[in-house]
Write a protein that binds this ligand. Structure first.
Ligand code: AMP
Length: 212
């Protein structure tokens, strides 16, 4: 299965993509995770990306398209994949179509997760990520002791772009640049909308239904 998980920042794409990737046995490819890994490895790409990410802006299309193109060529993506955070602009969606055309593959479903702005803001400001295993937690829901990951004991941190001012900019960018991508897939009859509010497992079961 080839799935695109779509939706605003904080809607739960990362959390759900990790679960679905395990359940469906397909790889989870998150553009944001790849960029953050490049930043922590101190690469040139990471340095460039950081200047945009810190401001809540999108990293230029050519950079992100190149990264995803390369990632999709890897062996583990042959069986299928869940794309999370890509495409985020019409240019990216069109570039992805070209990549698929070339390799003779198609996207099966684009699932758009929906949550209202107020809740997104609350979720993002209380989001913490484990530096070691990458698990995502919410301070107001999960039982967190100190700043240790409940799964592996790693250190939890707050993403730099999860500060309120940057979140507002990311919402703005989403509305202007990313929202049109939804219409793009809707016209291709690939889009399904899923309510992202509620317990993680309830959202997962809605997603599974939408993917059937
Ligand atoms: P995310 O982890 O998906 O919330 O992405 C975090 C940040 O990485 C975004 O705010 C952008 O600055 C950058 N980013 C991730 N994916 C993309 C993309 N497809 N296009 C442009 N920038 C991206």
């Amino acid at each position: 299965m080839r799935i695109i998980l779509f939706g605003p920042p904080g809607v739960g794409k990362g959390t759900q993509a990790k679960i679905l990737s395990g359940e469906l046995g397909i790889v989870h490819i998150a553009s944001g995770d790849i960029l953050r890994a490049a930043i922590s490895n101190g690469t040139e790409l990471g340095k460039k990306a950081k200047t945009y990410m810190d401001k809540g802006e999108l990293v230029p299309d050519d950079v992100v398209i190149g990264i995803i193109q390369e990632r999709l060529k890897e062996d583990d993506a042959r069986k299928g994949f869940i794309l999370d955070g890509f495409p985020r602009t019409l240019a990216q969606a069109e570039a992805l179509d070209k990549v698929f055309e070339k390799s003779g593959i198609k996207v099966d479903r684009v699932v758009s997760m929906e949550v209202d702005r107020e809740m997104l803001l609350r979720r993002l400001t209380s989001r913490r990520v484990c530096r070691n295993c990458g698990s995502i937690f919410n301070l107001s829901i999960d039982r967190i002791e100190g700043s240790k990951c409940p799964k592996c004991g790693g250190e939890l941190y707050q993403r730099d772009d999860d500060k309120e001012e940057t979140i507002m900019r990311r919402f703005d960018v989403y509305t202007k640049q990313t929202q049109p991508v939804k219409e793009y897939y809707s016209q291709k009859k690939l889009l399904v909308e899923v309510d992202g509010i509620g317990e993680i497992r309830d959202v997962t079961s809605r997603l599974n239904k939408a993917l059937k």
